[in-house]
Design a protein around this ligand. Structure first.
Ligand code: DAH
Length: 358
């Protein structure tokens, strides 16, 4: 009997000292396994006479249960400790700031669109948008480009398959479509800018089949060419972040404006890239004019009552210009190395107060 109590004491002490699961398992085998100390003693019960067995058996059973329970308890303790250690090792401090390295970049076109819309929003313009897929009326007819007009050929339009009624939808060739959508769906006065994608079947070093424009439209009862010039002058100074940008308006022709002009800004081509704000060269950046009365009529507005101005500007080219990006096609190559070099950190949101570019 001494043996049983002694063994229990010894085993419980050993169990208490075990520090890892493997050691605990060996201990379990040495006590409760087939050849373990307790199992051997249990087997010895067979050779005992009945009275002795009656006395010893319950004690052995108690020993077996006590040791078994102690091992189970130690096991769950060790499991919990192992889990705690693992969790501690994998701990992530979610309050740490995001590291700049693995962060994505904002494409220069998105950045420049944000810069431009921010400037016009600051002047009180609303931002309007329209779909890439358009109908003939919004892209051409309502803009005073009737079916036989030569401007239709000049636009190299992508057409969708003909519908049953013979009409064809198209990919809009300019953002001017949203002038029409706005005038047809809302009451004047209008003061909107429209950034978006545009499409023409044209591809070479300076043209891609998909490109970006931003359109502007002001319709009320008083706005005139002087206001147009003022708005564009303010825009150029803010966008190029210069005190003064010299502009030049050249007479031009667009079916949807009368009179029409193209606007150039002073720059220099000397050196390895174009520099705005100085020099003797001129760079054309947009088309503009007073909205043609026929366009107003197509939208149900009375030209005797309403008037206004509009402009359309390519975004891709002025993004290249502002950020010294040499090749237009690289914009759409999705090359991550290029994006890392020319892209913008997502938190550098352009604002008039905080600065457009940093
Ligand atoms: N829609 C013209 C183009 O894509 C650009 C343009 C010129 C827009 C004059 C205008 C404008 O609103 O008044 O070439």
């Amino acid at each position: 009997m001494q043996d049983i109590e002694k063994l229990e004491q010894e085993l419980l002490e050993e169990i208490g000292n075990v520090t890892d699961l493997d050691a605990l398992e060996s201990l379990r085998i040495s006590a409760l396994g087939k050849k373990g100390s307790i199992s051997v003693m249990m087997r010895g019960l067979g050779q005992m006479d009945p009275t002795e067995r009656q006395e010893v058996a319950p004690k052995l059973n108690k020993l077996k249960t006590t040791v078994g329970n102690a091992i189970d308890e130690a096991k769950s303790g060790l499991h919990a400790a192992a889990l705690d250690a693992k969790l501690l090792q994998e701990k992530i401090d979610i309050t740490l700031p995001a590291r700049p390295e693995p962060m994505g970049r904002i494409h220069p076109i998105s950045q420049v669109m944000d810069e431009i819309t921010e400037i016009f929003a600051g002047m009180g313009f609303n931002i309007a948008e329209g779909p890439d897929i358009e109908n003939d009326f919004n892209n051409f007819t309502a803009l005073n480009i009737p079916p036989e007009h030569p401007a239709r050929q000049m636009h190299d339009t992508f057409y969708l398959p003909e519908k049953e009624d013979g009409s064809r939808q198209l990919l809009r060739t300019h953002t001017s479509t949203v002038q029409i959508r706005t005038m047809l769906s809302q009451k004047p006065p209008h003061r909107i800018v429209v950034p978006g994608r545009t499409f023409r079947s044209d591809s070479d070093q300076t043209h891609t089949p998909m490109f970006h424009q931003i359109e502007g439209l002001v319709i009320d009862k008083i706005s005139h060419m002087g206001h147009l010039k003022g708005v564009l002058a303010e825009f150029c100074k803010a966008f190029f972040e210069l005190e003064e940008v010299t502009m030049r308006f050249r007479p031009s022709y667009f079916p949807f404006t009368e009179p029409s002009a193209e606007m150039d800004i002073r720059c220099t081509f000397a050196g390895d890239h174009v520099k705005v704000g100085e020099g003797d060269d001129w760079l054309e950046i947009l088309g503009c004019g007073m909205v043609n009365p026929r366009v107003l009529e197509h939208c149900g507005l009375d030209p005797a009552e309403y008037q206004g101005f509009a402009w359309g500007m390519g975004i891709d080219r002025i993004a290249m210009l502002k950020y010294g990006i040499p090749d237009l096609r690289a914009f759409f190559d999705s090359d991550l190395r290029w994006l890392k070099h020319y892209g913008f950190v997502p938190l550098d949101v352009p604002t008039l107060g905080g600065g457009l570019s940093r």
